[in-house]
Design a protein. Structure first.
Length: 108
């Protein structure tokens, strides 16, 4: 699993039938800042993910990729490589909060 931030949405009017009706979001993976270890920082990559949890733009989410992306009840028969499987509330590392959805931590 990876931590990612939802940065946008995808609209595709023409697509394979099995993904019709599934929300597609642009996500950007984040990692722990290697210098400070006190915040999350972007990896500089972006990808499209199928949303299975109702995530919104600006939220930090848990994503999974590869064959694991097809192990959810929603995606088991879909041709997907990345899926959002959770919305993150807080991230703690080394007894410190590096992200808090409520705005109390660093990283957003």
């Amino acid at each position: 699993m990876l931590i990612a931030k939802v940065t946008g949405s995808i609209v595709s009017t023409e697509k394979v039938g099995s993904i019709v009706g599934h929300k597609l979001l642009m996500v950007e993976p984040f990692r722990l800042d290697p210098k400070t270890r006190g915040s999350l920082t972007t990896t500089g990559r972006s990808m499209v993910a199928v949303d299975t949890v109702g995530a919104g733009e600006g939220e930090f989410v848990l994503i999974t990729q590869g064959s694991s992306a097809r192990l959810t009840p929603t995606t088991k028969s879909l041709p997907v490589d990345t899926v959002i499987i959770g919305i993150i509330d807080t991230v703690h590392v080394d007894h410190a909060c590096v992200y808090d959805k409520g705005g109390l931590g660093i990283g957003d």
